[in-house]
Ligand binder design. Structure first.
Ligand code: ATR
Length: 272
């Protein structure tokens, strides 16, 4: 268990000014009496290597990467974990001497949220809408939990097919386009597109889902609203991406400090 006097951490990406991560990690640090210095630093793709060098030289031990740096972040790591390899993206870096070790905690963060809500994935039929980076970050973790099926639907079916091909060795995963017929009976739908950022809805039909299907959005805040409204209109229970955000942060905090925080009080604080 590491307990430095000040634990220097940062989020790099663009935009980062409205990120909840500094608050979340502050609250995690308080659980262990640790002083956390977690900054949100605006950074573009070209500047990342130099910014990371400067941060490491100033005593930084851990980094989160967000849009647009998760894929390019792979190139600064000398080692990556299995989740980063599957997702082809890193969201967490840990300094080891003069190098960076890369991780992806997004899928684990979503599983944390399913556990928190007592959602068992064994034998479930799961529908993922979207085939970008957000979807790539979760598929491997979902397949590890033994669902009956994972179907990826995307506006551009070729991207869904590419993701399916990459993950087929892990379990039953297949792709479909927006013209997928009805009566599919999926019992969990995960909204993993960025359509909500433009206040739009992704391709979605009520007839793809079972009567008592559960819905999860990887987005929160304003980007969650179009999907939330659609779900409510269809009589579906919907969860936003805040639980996954806190879950992925908890896993990152443990990677950096060796301390496993309790995400539940942090969820309560963010909701308040
Ligand atoms: P990221 O990698 O950050 O997730 P991305 O690669 O742009 O971002 O992927 C975003 C996802 O949202 C994709 O699945 C995209 O669909 P396409 O692959 O067809 O582009 C989806 N998406 C974004 N806006 C959408 C919209 N208005 N309707 C439907 N799907 C949308």
């Amino acid at each position: 268990m590491i307990k430095p006097s000040i634990c220097k951490l940062a989020l790099f990406g663009n935009p980062v000014s409205h990120s909840l991560s500094p608050r979340i990690h502050q609250l995690f640090g308080e659980q262990f009496g640790m002083s956390i210095d977690y900054r949100a630093i605006e950074c573009g793709i070209d500047a990342l290597p130099a910014e990371l060098d400067a941060f490491r030289a100033s005593g930084g031990i851990g980094v989160n990467l967000t849009v647009p740096l998760k894929a390019v972040g792979l190139s600064v790591c000398t080692e990556i974990d299995i989740n980063a390899r599957r997702a082809r993206a890193v969201n967490t870096l840990r300094r080891s001497s003069e190098r960076w070790h890369g991780f992806n905690t997004d899928g684990g963060g979503l599983l944390y949220d399913f556990d928190r809500c007592n959602i068992d994935l064994i034998g479930r039929r799961i529908l993922i809408i979207g085939a970008g980076g957000a979807a790539a970050g979760i598929i491997g973790s979902l397949l590890e939990r033994g669902p009956a099926e994972v179907c990826i639907v995307n506006r551009t079916i070729e991207r869904a097919e590419r993701l399916t091909d990459r993950h087929a060795h892990l379990g039953p995963v297949h792709a479909a386009g927006p013209d997928m017929p009805g009566q599919q009976n999926f019992d969990l739908v995960i909204q993993a597109t960025s359509a909500g950022h433009g206040q739009a809805l992704p391709p979605l039909r009520r007839s793809w889902l079972s009567a008592r299907a559960c819905a999860w959005d990887l987005n929160y805040g304003a980007a969650h609203q179009p999907f939330a409204e659609w779900c409510r209109a269809q009589g579906l229970t919907v969860h936003d991406g805040l639980g996954m955000l806190v879950g992925q942060a908890a896993l990152a905090f443990e990677i950096w400090t060796g301390n496993r925080p309790d995400p539940t009080p942090v969820m309560t604080a963010l909701a308040g």
